[in-house]
Design a protein around this ligand. Sequence first.
Ligand SMILES: NC(=O)C1=CN([C@@H]2O[C@H](COP(=O)(O)OP(=O)(O)OC[C@H]3O[C@@H](n4cnc5c(N)ncnc54)[C@H](OP(=O)(O)O)[C@@H]3O)[C@@H](O)[C@H]2O)C=CC1
Ligand SMILES: CCCCCC(=O)/C=C/[C@H]1[C@H](O)CC(=O)[C@@H]1CCCCCCC(=O)O
Length: 299
Amino acid sequence: MIKMKAKKWILSKNFCGQPTEENLSLVEFEIPEQLKENEVLLQAVYLSVDPYMKVWKKKEGQTMIGEQLSEVIESRNPIFPKGTMVLSHAGWITNYKSKGDDLNFIRFDLGKTPISYTLGVLGMTGATAYFGLKKCSPKQGEVFLVSCAAGAVGSIVGQLAKLKGLKVIGLVGSDEKVKFCKEIGFDQVFNYNSCNINEEIKLVVPDGVDVYFDNAGGTFYSSIIENNMKNNGRVLVCGSIQTYCCEDPSKYEKDNLSVIDFRSSDYSNDWPKAYNEMNKLIQGGKLTVKEKYDSDIKI
Ligand SMILES: NC(=O)C1=CN([C@@H]2O[C@H](COP(=O)(O)OP(=O)(O)OC[C@H]3O[C@@H](n4cnc5c(N)ncnc54)[C@H](OP(=O)(O)O)[C@@H]3O)[C@@H](O)[C@H]2O)C=CC1
Ligand SMILES: CCCCCC(=O)/C=C/[C@H]1[C@H](O)CC(=O)[C@@H]1CCCCCCC(=O)O
């Protein structure tokens, strides 16, 4: 029987603090190429790496979780002929077999937009920006603050808020990211490693922030709500990357604010509609997307 060589990343040790080499190991394995009826053989094209992966419950020894864009390279399933591009949660694995029930088509018109965007702005993180912003009930002229502003969610939500006529302030960790956020239209951007963000925000918006879209959590969350929010302002708890470590983060609350919990998966039926809308903005030059490719990473 002919077998193909494949590779996968195994979670060898659960994450605690910053990831290190001992958390993951790359192993080779073989897949028999012969397919049963209705089976397809897939080849990974892009794998997604996301903050939730550090803390999502998973068992040591299993394939690292994650979404991937894959191509059907052999097929005995008429619904997924050879050459079909699909999305799945197969994890960090180069090749796998499927009967199709765990595969998703790209459910919107991509046009000339790069297909890799289906794991970014036209994928889970873009949907998070789009529906997260909606959940904040943004109004023209309001002050909108976002942490992790140069990231996959932050860079898109900042631009969408700007398109809705809000004043947008971003928080980032380097001067390079300050420059990027300004290039894509943010009004003010602060590098938390080189200034006191609470003081800087007070200087540019003395009356305070209407909406804080929190991706960072931890000390960002507590210091912003303590120092910079307007009375009755809204805080969207999107993520808490600063606390994605093994210790239990402490909770910080304030009763003059609306604190909104949010999971983009609650809106998954409407994601394709949002993608069509955002793709029009991309193709019209109104939404800028920056992807990073690291050609040194080969699996
Ligand atoms: N609620 C939901 O449904 C969803 C929530 N999320 C959340 O949104 C947030 C942003 O996700 P996404 O845009 O994909 O992330 P990215 O990987 O694109 O960006 C992450 C950025 O977070 C910043 N950061 C701040 N503190 C830390 C820290 N302690 N460790 C590592 N990075 C840090 C870094 O930017 P810098 O250098 O500027 O600090 C980093 O580049 C995350 O908290 C994520 O969990 C994402 C998807 C769905
Ligand atoms: C555990 C902390 C999560 C913090 C918020 C976050 O990043 C949430 C992300 C989810 C978003 O709401 C929609 C998704 O698809 C993200 C999670 C996906 C988890 C799937 C894990 C299973 C797998 O890939 O096998």
